[in-house]
Design a protein around this ligand. Structure first.
Ligand SMILES: NC(=O)c1ccc[n+]([C@@H]2O[C@H](COP(=O)([O-])OP(=O)(O)OC[C@H]3O[C@@H](n4cnc5c(N)ncnc54)[C@H](OP(=O)(O)O)[C@@H]3O)[C@@H](O)[C@H]2O)c1
Length: 385
């Protein structure tokens, strides 16, 4: 099998690359990278393998230069003779930003970029187009219940962020270009950290947990279910799915009802490691606005937030500058929004067709990564969460 992989330098794509490279069925993995030269691209790929001491085989892993933003990406790929024998396209690259300041880029990468890849892929003798979607395309109207694969894509759904909208549109676009028997859509839930006691591949969502850990007074429902899985589980499940006898086109890659956690359970795990900080206190999500006003010195004197004076004093002491707190809460805002929704993504299809076990709940597997969480610079991460 020859695979064309996008997003190989990312959290999920990196793990997929390493996992695929260990499968005897895989001959070549061509990786699309937005590097200036083949040498730079090769260096980036080597880093993906060296992070956890995996073996990089340059006969097997082949860098291909390209950017989802390139106008001529489809033509460049079409003219690349070595790609003619690709039988699986695995599209993991995306702009995953939740910030509305990046909406244009998000749309350009996740809709425009995907379309360019599809226009090239559809003329190959393709076995499978594997798209890494996201379970969160169900949108924000669905709350506090188990969500099933067939509920999406739904054009009527409303979204917390542009990112999930573009991923939903992406699935519809794939169906316009390819027949159903060539499409495989893997929709992971929330991917955070690694369940092995090793350096997680990327701090993206860990940043939110590290920030929550520092702040301690959190405007979110602590009992909302959180469907979180580790990146190594996501990659193992997706690769197993690629080789499995499948009965469906779309699969959640998720914790499901048995593996979901809550903010409360995560906070207990954090408290037992970081035991010299104030206790966690969860307040209503609607109080996030009061927090934001407080950071701007515009909070009305009768506001409820003042009843948490000990936390406000703790924030003052820890962060000194309210501007820093403003930055942290602005970055955290969409994450709190997702946490509030209480989505649990049914994983019956995955467990049945792949025969994989459930992932351990995040409050259990994350225990092994506390030393890495401790090292996260939350202010640096807040600039581009
Ligand atoms: N992380 C999660 O919790 C999660 C959950 C559900 C679904 N997903 C899905 O999983 C996939 C991978 O996400 P991730 O978490 O691995 O994201 P990530 O860590 O941000 O990685 C994104 C990857 O896409 C590449 N990319 C971005 N823009 C590009 C462009 N214009 N041209 C070429 N490559 C570009 C990046 O390359 P550079 O290194 O050059 O920037 C990087 O390799 C996405 O499709 C996402 O929707 C993620």
């Amino acid at each position: 099998m020859n695979i064309f992989l996008t997003g190989a330098t990312g959290l999920v794509g990196g793990e997929l690359l390493v996992t695929l490279s260990k499968r005897s069925e895989v001959k070549k993995i061509y990786c699309l990278l937005r590097s200036a030269t083949i040498e730079q691209a090769t260096e980036r790929l080597k880093k993906v393998f060296s992070l956890h001491g995996d073996v990089y085989n340059e006969e097997q892993i082949v860098p291909v230069l390209g950017n989802l933003f390139d106008d001529n990406l489809t033509e460049t790929l079409k003219h690349n003779k070595q790609l003619e024998d690709v039988d699986v396209v695995l599209h993991s690259a995306a702009n995953t930003s939740f910030s509305r300041f990046n909406d244009e880029q998000v749309e350009k990468a996740n809709i425009g970029g995907l379309t360019k890849i599809l226009l090239w892929a559809k003329q190959l003798h393709l076995q499978t187009f594997l798209y890494i979607g996201t379970a969160t395309i169900c949108g924000k109207d669905v709350t506090h219940r188990v969500v099933y694969e067939d509920e999406s894509p739904n054009l009527e759904a409303t979204h917390l962020v542009k990112y999930t909208y573009t991923k939903m549109k992406g699935e519809l676009i794939i169906r316009e270009h390819l027949p159903a028997d060539k499409i495989l859509i893997a929709r992971p839930s929330i991917i955070m950290g690694d369940s092995r006691p090793i350096m997680p591949r990327s701090p993206v969502i860990l940043w939110a947990m590290a920030t929550i850990n520092h702040l301690r007074l959190i405007p979110v429902n602590e009992h909302s279910q959180l469907d979180i899985i580790p990146v190594n589980y996501a990659a193992d499940a997706i690769v197993a799915l690629l080789f499995a006898k499948r009965n469906h086109t779309v699969y959640h890659i998720s914790a499901g009802e048995a593996g979901a956690t809550t903010a409360l359970r995560l906070s207990k795990m954090l408290s037992s490691y970081f035991d010299d900080m104030p206790p966690f206190n969860f307040i209503n999500n609607s109080m996030l606005n009061q927090v934001k006003h407080w950071t701007k010195d515009r909070l009305a004197p009768e506001s409820e937030l003042y009843t948490y004076k000990n936390y406000l004093d703790y924030w003052h002491e820890t962060f000194e500058d309210k501007g820093k707190l403003r930055l942290l809460f602005t970055g955290l805002d969409p994450y709190l929004g997702f946490m509030e929704l209480g989505h649990v993504f049914d994983n019956t299809r995955l467990l049945k067709d792949v025969g994989i076990e459930n992932a351990e709940p995040a409050d259990v597997y994350m225990e092994k990564s506390m030393a890495f969480v401790e090292k996260i610079d939350i202010l640096e991460g807040a600039i581009d969460p």
